[in-house]
Design a protein around this ligand. Structure first.
Ligand code: ATP
Ligand code: MG
Length: 385
């Protein structure tokens, strides 16, 4: 059996949020590992995961995706006894390659009932290792390995590495939001950043089936499968905007098409939020990227709803966004060349500085309520796990 010690951020954790944060993190850990033979135990200020050696690697990959974790370490455990700890330390070092010949010991005592302080432990264990292995030397700056020792309440943990966690806050501790998910590069990255700040996310995709293909729907499902690795459940809503696009084409100026369609998307998203009790919208907008993302366009589009709209990517460059997409493995899916509803009927020269009054006037040619009601009837939801 293997044990992994799991650490989480403590800085923002004072007061009554702490218990809620830890409970949610506990649920998220159990959820992420539920299909592996692992058990998760909560200690003071830590979690530990016990699992068969065979799944250790898989578990470290999954822990790397659980927001709220700062770091984790596969550990060797022993009883709270100085002789047992010395023996364990010597055993760990015996298995290291010869090139690991300088070291330091870094002990930490959470359990103050243990009779040796951290500096005493450093000294005792350091001396024991030097005595056991004459080839070793202590080096405080830049040693070839650091043996860390944590004295817990029931056991002592020894380890050689700290693997970085993804940071952030546990998904589900900061509220619920609806991600507007196109098939592009940006919106999955925006969703990931929203989850990183503790939002639990549902996604909505607007399509123009049958004008857009089955493939573009599958593409969005694939993107959700990547995103859900960072949370444990992701409801995906799909809504057809085909009828809306037809109405726009018939009744409104071409060059406003994209703006008007986006405003309809926001109205539909707002309705969905009402049904699903979601508190905010998340989009992949980034300032200045395309015609619909000038300050004027974003302003006119967002005035279609009174909901809070979060735009995690607003200040990111395309390169930075691409970097996130690669890291979360959505990039290759996003660049698949399937048409998006917005790439259909796109006018040659869309306006870049729309005027709200003009946009609202052309919406008077539409039966908004009817179009929205009809579109909502096409809603299909699937839960991605
Ligand atoms: P992305 O890379 O996410 O497609 P983009 O750079 O193509 O973004 P736009 O086409 O202006 O930018 O879209 C801005 C945002 O509007 C998207 O990031 C997404 O949040 C939302 N959006 C656009 N099209 C759709 C769609 N078909 N379904 C759901 N949301 C959409
Ligand atoms: Mg797009």
């Amino acid at each position: 059996m293997a044990t992994i010690l799991v650490r989480y951020g403590e800085i923002a954790l004072k007061g009554k949020n702490r218990g809620q944060f830890e409970q949610q993190l506990h649920r998220n850990l159990k959820g992420a590992l539920h299909d592996l033979e692992a058990s998760v135990t909560r200690h003071r200020g830590r979690f530990s995961v016990n699992c068969p050696d065979a799944v250790l690697h898989q578990i470290t990959i999954r822990l790397g995706r659980i927001f709220g974790l700062t770091s984790f370490s596969p550990v060797y455990e022993t009883v709270l006894d100085i002789e047992a700890i010395k023996e364990k330390a010597a055993g760990i070092v015996r298995d290291l390659p010869d090139s690991k010949n300088t070291f330091k010991v870094k002990a930490r005592r959470s359990n103050k009932d243990f009779p040796y302080s951290s500096p005493e432990l450093n000294r005792i264990l350091g001396a024991h290792l030097l005595h056991s292995y004459p080839g070793l030397a202590v080096k405080i700056d830049d040693p070839s390995f650091t043996l860390e020792v944590e004295i817990g309440y029931h056991k002592a943990y020894l380890y050689l590495e700290r693997i970085s966690g993804p940071g952030g806050l546990p998904v589900g501790t900061c509220g619920r939001a609806l991600l507007l998910l196109s098939g592009g590069i940006d919106s999955p990255a925006a969703g990931w950043l929203a989850m990183k700040r503790g939002l639990s996310v549902e996604a909505v995709h607007f399509h123009s089936f049958p004008f857009t293909s089955r493939h573009s729907l599958e593409k969005v499902v694939d993107l959700c499968r990547k995103l859900v690795l960072y949370g444990y459940k992701l409801p995906l809503h799909q809504v057809s905007v085909t009828k809306i696009q037809e109405a726009l084409r018939k009744n409104c100026p071409d060059e406003l098409g994209v703006i008007l369609l986006r405003r309809m998307m926001l109205r539909l998203a707002e309705r969905l939020c009402g049904q699903r009790k979601l508190q905010a919208l998340v989009t992949g907008e980034s300032l200045g990227q395309v015609a619909s993302q000038t300050l004027e366009s974003i302003d006119v589009i967002s005035k279609a709803t009174r909901m809070l709209i979060l735009r995690p990517l607003i200040g990111f460059d395309k390169l930075e966004i691409t970097g996130i997409a690669e890291k979360i493995d959505t990039y290759q899916t996003s660049i698949l060349p399937f048409e998006d509803c917005c790439t259909l009927f796109v006018p040659g020269s869309p306006v870049t500085k729309p005027k709200l009054a003009v946009v609202e006037r052309s919406e008077q040619n539409l039966d908004l309520e009817f179009l929205l009601d009809e579109a909502m009837k096409t809603l299909e939801t699937q839960i991605i796990r």
